[in-house]
Design a protein around this ligand. Structure first.
Ligand code: MTE
Ligand code: MO
Length: 321
């Protein structure tokens, strides 16, 4: 596995996580066994030195492989309001977030509440690659090779109780390291909160990502652990998760709280229900520019209707948007 390491001069060497932290016997053994695939990563654009190689099973579904959004676009055009509202703010400022040590508290209506530490997340699950379409509510989209494991694998480990109907997720809220939470208030009610119905969370497409393009997640994409729900608008895919709770009541999400008329709990990608301020019928596939907008039609459930439409049988998705 060839490794492309690029040292970004803006990163202090003291901020670079020692590689040893990420090396682990289990994944190294997997590489030796030939299961791992680093082939895509090695041919890509330079990666910041603060990300590390992961070993993982190659993607089962490679149908979107020819449409991959370049690494550079995936990591420089981001939404991560904790670091500012401009698309380039996360790439510029998210490095200030300490991601090691890291722990995720799992609780609420589960048989065994507990914690997962960084090491557990990187080595305790069978990592695989998933190439998913990703569609932001602001009508841009990309195709990303994520590395991680099904969310259901994580939830099963803690044993959701029968009364559990929803899952709530929370992002780290650390003012000292997140300039966006200091410089403007009243935009989002920190910490960033998202939620899924439990059956959505247990669906095999719902994914916990710890990496992309074969490396651990760059900070701006939600290091060290984020959610990816490919059939929903991007804001459901909460970044830098520190808490997961199984609940009986529907969680109150940050975007709903901010603007309930614009952002619903479900947020399923739906070209037929426009955002009050713009159409959802089309999207700009990144990289997109004024000269080359790369505009394509948006698909119901972002192209995953065959797999997930059944979750919403009998629901009016114009009302429950
Ligand atoms: N904690 C947190 N998670 C977040 C956001 C955010 O502002 N804060 N933005 C969301 C939105 S609106 C989108 S489109 C995606 C963007 O993911 P990306 O930057 O990896 O493309 O992250 C989502 N997760
Ligand atoms: Mo978004």
């Amino acid at each position: 596995m060839t490794k492309t390491i690029y040292t970004d001069p803006s990163i202090q060497s003291s901020e670079i996580t020692p590689e040893a932290v990420f090396l682990n016997r289990r994944n190294l053994m997997k590489s030796a066994g030939g299961l791992a695939s680093g082939a895509i990563a090695s041919s890509m654009a330079p990666v910041k030195a603060s990300t590390q190689d992961l070993a993982y099973a190659p993607a089962g579904d490679r149908s979107l492989e020819g449409e991959l959004t370049p690494f550079n676009a995936v990591t420089t055009y981001n939404n991560f309001y904790e670091f500012g509202t401009d698309k380039d703010d996360p790439a510029r400022y998210a490095e200030s977030m300490t991601i090691d040590p890291w722990s995720v508290k799992v609780g609420g209506l589960v048989d065994q509440p507990g914690q997962l530490h960084l090491e557990d997340l990187l080595t305790g699950f069978d990592l695989e690659e998933r190439i998913y379409r990703f569609r932001c509510v602001e009508a841009w989209s990309m195709v990303v090779p994520w590395v991680g494991f099904p969310l259901s694998d994580l939830l099963r480990q803690f044993g959701p109780k029968a009364e559990g109907r929803f899952v709530e997720f929370k992002t780290l809220y650390r003012r000292s390291e997140m300039r966006g939470t200091r410089s403007f208030t009243g935009v989002i009610d920190w910490p960033y909160v998202e939620g899924l119905r439990l059956d959505e969370a247990m669906h095999p497409l719902a994914f916990i990502a710890v990496g992309l393009y074969g490396k651990t997640l760059p900070h701006q994409n939600g290091a060290p652990v984020r959610l990816v729900v490919p059939w929903k608008y991007g804001f459901k895919s909460i970044k830098s998760i520190v808490e997961i709770n199984v609940t009986a009541a529907q969680p109150k999400t940050s975007w709903q709280t901010l603007q309930p008329s614009e952002y619903g709990f479900y947020a399923n990608v739906n070209p037929e229900v426009d955002h009050p301020r713009w159409s959802q019928g089309y999207e700009r596939k990144l990289p997109s520019s004024v000269f080359r907008p790369n505009r394509v039609r948006t698909l119901p459930f972002n192209g995953y209707a065959d797999q997930v439409a059944g979750l919403y049988a009998g629901m009016d998705l114009r009302r429950d948007y």
